[in-house]
Design a protein around this ligand. Sequence first.
Ligand code: HSE
Length: 324
Amino acid sequence: MRNGQVLVKVPASTANLGPGFDTLGMALSLYSWIEMEPVEGNTVVELYGDDLGGIPTDKTNLIYKVAQMVFAEAGVDMPELRIAMYSDIPLTRGLGSSATAIVGALVAANALSGGKLGEDELFQIASRLEGHPDNVGASLFGGIVVSSWDGERAEKVRLEPHADLEVLVAIPAFQLQTEKARHALPAKLDLKDAVYNVANSSLLVAAFASGRLDLIPFAMRDKLHQPYRAPLVPGMSVILERATEHGALGAALSGAGPTLLALVDRKSARKAELEAFLLDTLRAHGIEAETKWLTPDKRGPELTAGAAGNQGSFMERIKGEVNA
Ligand code: HSE
């Protein structure tokens, strides 16, 4: 890397974790890499990876726009940028790919402008841009992030994930727009259902905070969003109802979906059974999916600043870490 370049590795995230709609997030060991530097000529956006077609490469690019917001806030002027991005996080699947782009852009642009904005300011900007703090909080801080957003300010507490927590995701081959999955939700909820979610979300946070993995099967249940989104993901209801019978600690729709997620005890002897159950259930409903075994990411974004003499291409710099 050259002087003046910065490279940020940002974790994917899963939002909601069942009952904690727009509130709970967990960072996952699946990553995007964003490199950024000011240039003299015209802005260029280089995209690497299989799934990034359709992302704009001009100044309407989200990473470019977020970077310019940071420069404006920090009072610096860097109108032309070279941006390179590689991602192992599939788009529009409920694994927080847009949140990683926002967080990566914020961290990179902040580093380029001398680190003028603190973590909290970055979190406020990211929550405002996403409209909810769950994915961006997890990608920005790593671990499990419990957050509350009142439309103006986001507050959060980060929890260290239990060392035995492992995460199985089943990523369907189809995309589901968050907007569509949010439109499926009712405008009003029954009070009983609201209480059910407050109780389970609170218990789930307490279970994570106190290391009580045994409470996850009870607490990771939801009546606020998943029942309404189930018709959008064939096979989802069966998986949510029965994953614990096949060795999961709990199962949830990852964010707005369509990815399904199971929390698993690392020491479980039933991992193959659970994986087969997820894939077979989705296939029986006509859905092809890919599974991945992940762990909670505990570090959040990792920033590398360029130094003289450290050359090579972007892909060479991240080679060995990426799935490509
Ligand atoms: N909490 C959000 C939702 C996450 O479930 O709609 C997806 O952006």
